[in-house]
Ligand binder design. Structure first.
Ligand SMILES: [Zn+2]
Ligand SMILES: [Zn+2]
Length: 146
């Protein structure tokens, strides 16, 4: 999966006239090696320990390129704590996103998926992709707020 993703990304960059620089490569390799939701800031801090010259902006820009290449999904659009996840080979799932701390809770619901499939059928619609995202406040933040 990781090798496939890297090759795919290389081809994507080439088609846009970009190169896979060493910095971009380590960012992409880290991203593709991790499952779940990755925070751009956490990735930056982690990478900087090994590659002190890596720039914050490079991490953000590379994640954006991964998104454009359809390899990454942005899960959390709120504030600075952007989170990304791998798009290839993902099972359909939804996200509950906390507006206060940026936490992302993933959920799968077979009944909801069936309902969505029926909804598309009813409207004679051929679905490509779609995921449910609900923003709000998590339990920990609600407790802190009181
Ligand atoms: Zn929270
Ligand atoms: Zn997810």
């Amino acid at each position: 999966m990781s090798e496939l993703g890297l090759q795919y990304f290389k081809d994507y960059l080439k088609s846009r006239g970009y190169r896979l620089t060493r910095q971009r490569r380590v960012i992409v390799e880290l991203f593709l090696s991790k499952a779940g939701h990755l925070c751009a800031d956490e990735m930056y801090r982690y990478l900087r320990r090994k590659y002190p010259r890596i720039g914050h902006a490079t991490v953000y820009r590379t994640l954006n390129l991964l998104k454009d290449a359809e390899l990454a999904n942005e899960v959390n659009f709120i504030g600075k704590r952007r989170r990304y996840e791998q798009k290839m080979g993902q099972k359909a799932h939804g996200h509950l996103v906390c507006e206060k701390c940026g936490k992302v809770i993933e959920f799968k619901d077979a009944a909801l998926e069936r309902r969505q499939a029926l909804l598309c059928q009813d409207h004679d619609f051929d679905p490509n992709e779609g995921s449910l995202r609900i923003s709000g406040t998590c339990l920990a933040c609600r407790k802190k707020g009181k």
